[in-house]
Design a protein around this ligand. Structure first.
Ligand code: BES
Ligand code: MG
Ligand code: ZN
Length: 491
C-alpha cells in the first residue's frame, strides 16, 4: 500500500472515490472545500434531501460519474470542539472497509481543523492502512479480486515533506502478526514460524538462532518439550537479536507464547472451548515477531533487543504428556502437570528462563494464556502484570499512545498457595477463580527477580469476530503497536 499527497492545484484533481469529512455546523461553508468537484449550491441540495447533517458517524454516498469523480463519500464528524482523533480513525476505518474491494485508489479530504501535526496525520494514515487490510491468501479466487493499493490525501500541502516510513514499518509489523495469527494450523507450523523469523533476520540484519529439539534437551527445557511431545511436528525454539550499532544502554527481551495449535492435550478442549480457534494460540509470538519486523526496520539506537519464541503444538498421541506427569524446567524447578491444557505457561517457563539467562534489564512476555482473562476483561482489553511500578507506568503510556487497551491486574501473592503440589515444587494449574492471576504467578518463578518484567495476557484481544475500530474482523495483531511504542519511548 502506498500513501501519497496531492500537491498540485485541486482544480487539476480527479479520482474514483473521495472521502470527505465535515462537522455538523455551517455545512454550506465547509462545502467550499470541494468546490473543485461540484458547485456547493448543488451539493447542499443533495445533502439536505438525504437529511445528512454531519452528525458523528453519519455517512452519505453520492454517485457522480462525472469526469472528475465517481463516488463522493461524505462523513459526519459532529462538533468540531468535541471530536477526538480516535473517532476520526474509526470513521475512516469504517468507510475504507466498504471501498477496499471496489477501488485501487481512494482519496481523503479532511477539514484543516483535524490536521495540526505530523503525528495526527500519521495516525490517520496508520488507521487507513490497517483498516484496509484484507487477507485473501487462502481464497482460490484471490487473483481476481481488486485490492486497494493507494491512499491519497488532498490537503496536506502544509506538511509536504512528511515521512510515513515509520508508520509503514509499524503497519507491516502489525500485518505480519495478523497473517501469522490467521494462518490455519496446517499452514503455520513451528517450522513455518522459524522460517518467518529467518526472513525477518535476513531482511533487517538481525542475528538468528533456531534451537532444535536436541539442543533444547541439552538445555534441560523439560517444560517446553513436555508440551511438544504429543505432536508429530518438531518444536522450534526461536531467538532473534537486534543490536544497535551505537553503544548499548539497555537490554530488552520480548517473549511470545507460540502454540501453533492448542488441542488442550489429554485435557482435551471440549464443548464451548472453541478448539477450532486455537490456531491463534501463537498470538503472543506473532506480536513479538511483528515487533521484530517493525523494529528491525526502525533500528532504535542504544538498544539490544531479544525476540524469543518457544514454538510447538499441544497435541495427543501415545507419547503425549499425561495429566499427572512431573517434569523439570530448565531452571531446575519441578512441575506437576495437573492439566495439560495449561500448556502455554510451561513453554513460557523455559522461554523466560532462557531470556533471564541473557541478563536483560527488562522482559515483556505476551501470551494468549487464559480463558480467565477473557471472562475478566472481555475482548477489547488485555490484562497485564508487572513486578515494577515504572514498567507499569511506561506500559500504560505506550498502550494508550498505541490505541491498544491495557489494564493492570494484581500479582496477588496469597493466590500462590493454589499452585502448591504434594509431589513437585509446584503444579501448573491453580483453582478456577483468579485463573489468569495464578498463571502470572506461575510465570514469576522462571526469571531472576531483579529483572523488570511484565506479562500481557492477550487471549481476549488477539482476535475479533466482528469489525472493531481500525481492525477488520479476524486477527487484530494486538501487541505490536504497544511493544514498538514502548521501545520508541526509550529514545
Ligand atoms: N490457549 C488457552 C487460553 C485461551 C482460551 C486462549 C481462550 C484464547 C481463548 C490456554 O492454553 C488454556 O487452555 N488455558 C486454560 C488454563 C486452565 C486449564 C487453567 C484455560 O484458560 O481454560
Ligand atoms: Mg491450553
Ligand atoms: Zn494455549
Amino acid at each position: 500500500m502506498q500513501f501519497s499527497i496531492f500537491k498540485k492545484n485541486l482544480d487539476n484533481w480527479q479520482g474514483n472515490s473521495l472521502i470527505f469529512g465535515i462537522f455538523d455546523e455551517e455545512i454550506e461553508s465547509q462545502l467550499e472545500n470541494i468546490k473543485f468537484i461540484i458547485d456547493p449550491k448543488i451539493l447542499i441540495k443533495k445533502i439536505n434531501k438525504k437529511k445528512f447533517k454531519g452528525e458523528k458517524g453519519q455517512i452519505l454516498n453520492l454517485e457522480f460519474l462525472n469526469q472528475k469523480l465517481e463516488t463522493l463519500i461524505i462523513f459526519g464528524l459532529g462538533k468540531s470542539t468535541t471530536i477526538e482523533i480516535n473517532d476520526v480513525q474509526s470513521y475512516l476505518a469504517k468507510i475504507i472497509r466498504t471501498t477496499v474491494d471496489k477501488d485501487e485508489k481512494i482519496s481523503i479530504l479532511l477539514p484543516s481543523e483535524l490536521i495540526n501535526s505530523k503525528e495526527e496525520i500519521r495516525s490517520y494514515v496508520e488507521s487507513a492502512r490497517l483498516s484496509a487490510y484484507k487477507d485473501n491468501r487462502f481464497n482460490s479466487k484471490r487473483d481476481e479480486k481488486k485490492i486497494l493499493q493507494e491512499i491519497e490525501f488532498l490537503n496536506l500541502n502544509k506538511f509536504e515533506n512528511i515521512s510515513f516510513d515509520e508508520t509503514e514499518y509499524l503497519c507491516e509489523g502489525v500485518e505480519l502478526a495478523r497473517r501469522l495469527v490467521a494462518a490455519p494450523p496446517n499452514s503455520l507450523t513451528p517450522l513455518e514460524m522459524s522460517i518467518e523469523a529467518t526472513k525477518i533476520a535476513k531482511e533487517h540484519g538481525l542475528e538468528i538462532k533456531i534451537l532444535e529439539k536436541n539442543e533444547c534437551e541439552d538445555l534441560g527445557m523439560g517444560a517446553f518439550l513436555a508440551v511438544a511431545k504429543g505432536s508429530d511436528l518438531e518444536p522450534k525454539f526461536i531467538h532473534l537479536t537486534l543490536k544497535s550499532k551505537s553503544p548499548i544502554k539497555e537490554k530488552i527481551a520480548l517473549v511470545g507464547k507460540g502454540l501453533t495449535f492448542d488441542s488442550g492435550g489429554y485435557n482435551l478442549k471440549v464443548g464451548a472451548s472453541q478448539i477450532e480457534m486455537m490456531k491463534y494460540d501463537m498470538g503472543g509470538s506473532a506480536a513479538v515477531l511483528g515487533a521484530a519486523k517493525a523494529l528491525g526496520a526502525i533500528k532504535p539506537d542504544g538498544l539490544e533487543i531479544h525476540f524469543i519464541v518457544a514454538a510447538c503444538e499441544n497435541m495427543i498421541n501415545g507419547s503425549a504428556v499425561h495429566p499427572g506427569d512431573v517434569i523439570k524446567a530448565s531452571n531446575g524447578k519441578t512441575i506437576e502437570i495437573n492439566n495439560t491444557d495449561a500448556e502455554g505457561r510451561l513453554t513460557l517457563a523455559d522461554a523466560l528462563t532462557y531470556a533471564s539467562n541473557l541478563k536483560p534489564d527488562s522482559i515483556i512476555d505476551l501470551a494468549t494464556l487464559t480463558g480467565a482473562i477473557v471472562v475478566a476483561l472481555g475482548n477489547d482489553v488485555a490484562g497485564f502484570w508487572t513486578n515494577n511500578n515504572m514498567m507499569a507506568k511506561d506500559l500504560k503510556t505506550a498502550s494508550s499512545q498505541a490505541g491498544e487497551e491495557l489494564w493492570q491486574m494484581p500479582l496477588q501473592k496469597s493466590y500462590k498457595d493454589g499452585l502448591k503440589s504434594h509431589i513437585a515444587d509446584m503444579k501448573n494449574t491453580g483453582p478456577r477463580a483468579g485463573g489468569s492471576i495464578t498463571a502470572a504467578l506461575f510465570l514469576e518463578e522462571f526469571f531472576d527477580k531483579n529483572i523488570k518484567w511484565a506479562h500481557i495476557d492477550i487471549a481476549g484481544t488477539c482476535w475479533t469476530d466482528k469489525n472493531k475500530g481500525i481492525h477488520p474482523s479476524g486477527a487484530t495483531g494486538y501487541g505490536v503497536k504497544t511493544l514498538v511504542q514502548w521501545i520508541k519511548n526509550k529514545r
